[in-house]
Design a binder for this molecule. Structure first.
Ligand code: HEC
Ligand code: HEC
Ligand code: HEC
Ligand code: HEC
Length: 160
């Protein structure tokens, strides 16, 4: 009897481990399932935002800022830059290296709106982060780095 319970437990754990493996690191499914797909995937449905962003936003060239300084940086410093200057670094579908993920090296739509895989498939606005607050900007535009940065007007005027 005890042996059978034990086997059932092992099987249950097996299922759990499999589930965790497929969902990433075992975080809540809703947040974990989404992956970064890159701004090109947004272009066909949001041409206006895509065009104006590509043409005018410094974010669309943010990796250049790191590249010009890279020679003087240690590997650790370089990796730190990527947290704010590349899209989804260290996250599923996000930037890994210039060779492997050149389409993620600059900051794209998903650096503000979050991973877009589900939304790209569904076109459902509920699948993407639409409303942003100054806290979402301060993640990168922190006080240490940027003094007197005026987020509030920019939140609605400077994104794209
Ligand atoms: C298959 C078409 C399609 C693709 C691809 C697509 N979207 Fe959308 N998106 C929509 C539709 C439809 C809406 C709802 C109407 C609108 O706001 O334009 C929407 C709305 C949004 C909104 C507003 C959400 C809200 O809460 O109001 C954001 C932000 C957004 N999309 C970002 C993105 C990003 C980022 C990508 C690329 C990763 C993307 N979209 C790709 C169709 C698409
Ligand atoms: C993932 C990090 C990150 C987030 C989140 C972020 N930014 Fe930025 N932003 C940057 C970086 C990096 C630059 C500088 C790019 C460069 O020149 O290399 C930048 C540049 C800018 C600029 C300079 C001018 C321009 O046209 O690009 C503005 C304005 C700006 N961000 C506004 C915002 C606002 C508003 C938010 C929140 C809605 C926001 N940012 C969120 C990283 C971020
Ligand atoms: C915590 C987030 C963060 C980190 C980490 C970070 N940056 Fe930035 N960086 C920003 C933001 C935000 C801006 C935009 C400042 C502004 O326009 O007000 C910026 C701007 C720049 C600019 C100026 C671009 C321009 O057009 O004026 C350069 C160059 C730059 N960063 C290089 C680097 C390098 C190199 C590293 C790594 C050593 C790095 N950054 C790390 C957030 C970050
Ligand atoms: C710097 C952060 C940031 C980036 C990068 C960004 N957005 Fe947005 N986006 C916002 C903010 C903030 C709003 C809300 C604006 C408002 O409520 O008026 C928004 C709103 C939207 C909306 C809703 C409709 C609208 O225009 O207000 C869509 C669709 C959208 N973004 C798509 C995109 C796409 C596509 C890209 C990439 C080409 C992108 N965004 C890049 C911050 C950003």
């Amino acid at each position: 009897m005890a042996k059978r319970n034990c086997r059932a437990w092992v099987i249950a754990m097996g299922f759990l481990l499999t589930a965790f493996t497929f969902s990433g690191a075992g975080l809540p499914a809703a947040a974990e399932d989404k992956t970064y797909v890159g701004s090109e995937s947004c272009q066909e449905c949001h041409e206006d935002q895509y065009d104006s962003y590509s043409a005018h936003s410094k974010k669309a060239h943010s990796y250049e800022s790191v590249k010009v300084m890279r020679k003087g940086l240690t590997e650790a410093e370089y990796l730190e830059c990527l947290q704010c200057h590349a899209t989804g670094f260290g996250k599923p579908g996000g930037f890994t290296s210039e060779d492997q993920t050149p389409h993620m090296q600059n900051l794209g739509c998903e650096s503000c709106h979050g991973p877009g895989s589900d939304h790209v498939d569904s076109g459902d606005p509920d699948d993407i982060v639409g409303e942003l607050s100054p806290a979402d900007c301060e993640r990168c535009h922190n006080s240490e780095r940027v003094e007197n940065f005026k987020f509030k007007p920019l939140l609605f005027g400077g994104a794209h």
